[in-house]
Design a protein. Structure first.
Ligand code: ATP
Ligand code: MG
Length: 304
């Protein structure tokens, strides 16, 4: 229903990166709020791919929804998306510090559902990390930013080209020997690292305060051991992360396998995490989720 970009009023910058700048915008006629990603430099093949993917992912609750694409000048392309109120997990983690296992199981389950949807459509995300996972007020997780994603056509060798964010890239992607690997397994590695980061409160390959001792992150990813979960985590959680962070991609679990891992199944049975609504009475019984709800509310107040 939004006809043109000029019908939208920019309210605030939500984030900016390599891909462009994302604004919170208001559609004047309907007073509906959206997110608008403005990509400068025009429609490269990769931008076309990003748009094609967003347009084809219309029926998953765990993929950010696209409401239109506008090309009004030679060097600007704007993508209108649903506004995901609580923002991305990197920002949320900065406010909250770290997340409880219950919350992470919830995030893991929804992210896996989103990835399962993508992978079944032969789409690899290639840039799963905290800043590309958005959450709503109800703690619904939405995978965003298809800026380096790809639809894998059966005829092509999909293994070439290491794209994404180095820090979250799987070891096989740094191997330039031209060995074949499964591109979808890369998303699983990145998700594992992301979930571990949310639990420990910092990027797993980096010890806070010991920056001087951290040589090269890429070296560690390729030649070091995968990062170790802290002792206090449950056995199921530790095992889940270990299945994601297998350096050998042939031993790494697939999204489908992970969806039936005890960490996910167990947590779903405990709190029915498929349908968590924050701020309702039922959630108050799970302290950590009630807490995150309050913090989210405060964050939202703050952002107004
Ligand atoms: P980067 O290069 O840093 O990965 P990018 O330029 O490709 O970023 P996005 O990742 O799509 O752009 O968006 C940047 C940031 O804007 C996100 O991390 C998030 O904080 C915010 N953002 C993006 N889309 C939305 C949305 N639909 N609702 C709310 N916030 C959003
Ligand atoms: Mg991003």
């Amino acid at each position: 229903e939004v006809q043109q970009v000029s019908d939208l009023e920019k309210l605030q910058v939500l984030g900016s990166g390599n891909g462009g700048t994302v604004y919170r915008v208001c559609h004047n006629k309907s007073s509906k709020v959206y997110a608008l990603k403005v990509i400068r430099g025009g429609a490269t093949d990769q931008v076309r791919q990003e748009i094609e993917i967003l347009r084809s992912c219309t029926d998953s609750p765990n993929i950010v929804q696209c409401h239109g694409v506008f090309e009004e000048s030679f060097d600007d392309i704007s993508i209108l998306m649903e506004y995901v109120e609580a923002g991305s997990l990197d920002v949320l983690a900065k406010t909250l510090g770290s997340f409880s296992e219950t919350i992470i199981a919830n995030i893991a389950y929804q992210s896996l559902m989103g990835l399962d949807y993508l992978h079944s459509k032969k789409i690899v995300h290639r840039d799963i990390k905290p800043s590309n996972l958005l959450v709503t007020r109800e703690m619904k997780v939405k995978i965003a930013d298809f800026g380096v994603s790809k639809i894998i056509k059966s005829s092509e060798n999909a293994c070439n080209g290491s794209v994404g964010t180095c820090a979250y890239m799987s070891p096989e992607k740094f191997d330039s020997d031209g060995k074949d690997y499964n591109v979808f397994a890369g998303d699983v590695w990145s998700l594992g690292l992301t979930l571990m980061e949310l639990y420990i409160g910092h990027y797993p390959y980096m010890q806070p305060g010991k920056e001087a001792e951290n040589k090269s992150v890429i070296w560690e990813i390729c030649f070091g051991e995968p990062p170790c979960m802290p002792e206090d985590a449950s056995e199921h959680f530790k095992d889940f992360i270990q299945r994601c962070l297998q350096k050998d991609w042939t031993k790494r679990w697939t999204v489908r396998q992970l969806l039936s891992h005890p960490f996910i199944i167990g947590a779903r049975q405990k709190v029915g995490i498929g349908s968590i609504k924050l701020g309702t009475k039922r959630e108050n019984s799970v302290r950590s989720i009630g807490e995150i709800g309050e913090l989210l509310e405060r964050n939202l107040e703050f952002n107004k």
